[in-house]
Design a protein around this ligand. Structure first.
Ligand code: PXP
Length: 245
């Protein structure tokens, strides 16, 4: 049965918009866990544009479910992950100029570096997953590199604009999950999943974790807006009344 890992990067994005202390992604992680998340995901990017080292360090000590750290396979990131030992490390491609992770890793093209990172992270005690497109060659390369798991990029499915294209992309995901599981990998999926498109992916047999961020944080902002405004309005109202009395 598919489980939900909540990606809280966007909470850190709002904080960094002001270089302030709130909203704290550590608080968001606690609330996500209270809401039923079975894991918390953060992406520590090389440029620290949202999540920063302090977040990962505190989350490592406070997350009660599973902490999944997304990162590039660089020496700096491998050193950080080896020190903190998240429950899972997901290796992702990273380009400075991208808005979000745009495609899966080309595992074959970086086989040596990825295999080295997989061995080093597994030796430290993390489960290593590779974020890849639903593609047979990438699955086989992930096995060759010694990864324990893969996360299939669901972006093409999420971006499909017709029912036929969606069916095609869903079939590609189903077939990729089957191949991964047959080859001994744990299969996860994520990227671009929303309240509207998640169900067919959650129903794929063999999918373990679904990693979802943008859609959940977007909804949290909206469902929380009314209460947040009411609380501020009440505060102002009470202060104005006490000034008058
Ligand atoms: N999985 C990976 C590897 C990602 O990089 C991201 C985006 O940070 C996600 C899942 C979550 O994607 P979204 O924010 O679109 O739900």
């Amino acid at each position: 049965m598919a489980r939900l890992q909540v990606n809280i990067d966007h909470v850190a994005t709002v904080r960094q918009a002001r270089r302030a202390v709130e909203p704290d992604p550590v608080h968001a992680a606690v609330l996500a866990e209270l809401g039923g998340a079975t894991g918390i995901t953060v992406h520590l990017r090389e440029d620290r544009r949202h999540v920063v080292d302090r977040d990962v360090e505190i989350l490592r000590r406070t997350v009660r479910t599973r902490l999944n750290l997304e990162m590039a396979a660089t020496d700096e990131m491998v050193d950080i992950a080896r020190r903190l030992v998240p429950d899972q490390v997901t290796l992702v491609p990273e380009k400075r100029e991208e808005l979000t992770t745009e495609g899966g890793l080309d595992v074959g093209a970086r086989r040596d570096a990825i295999a080295r990172a997989c061995a080093s992270l597994a030796e430290a005690g993390s489960v290593v997953s590779l974020f890849i497109d639903p593609d047979d060659a990438q699955i086989d390369a992930a096995v060759d590199c010694g990864a324990a798991a893969v996360e299939f990029h669901t972006g093409r499915y999420a971006d499909a604009t017709s029912d036929e294209a969606r069916r095609t992309e869903l079939a590609a995901l189903e077939s990729a999950v089957r191949r991964a599981v047959t080859r001994g990998l744990v299969a996860h999926a994520g990227h671009g999943l929303t309240y509207w498109n998640v169900r067919p992916v959650a129903a794929i047999e063999g999918v373990d974790d679904l990693n979802i961020g943008h859609s959940i944080v977007s909804r949290a902002v909206l469902v929380g807006m009314e209460r947040a405004v009411r609380e501020m309005a009440d505060l102002i109202d009470r202060a104005s009344r006490s000034a008058l009395s």
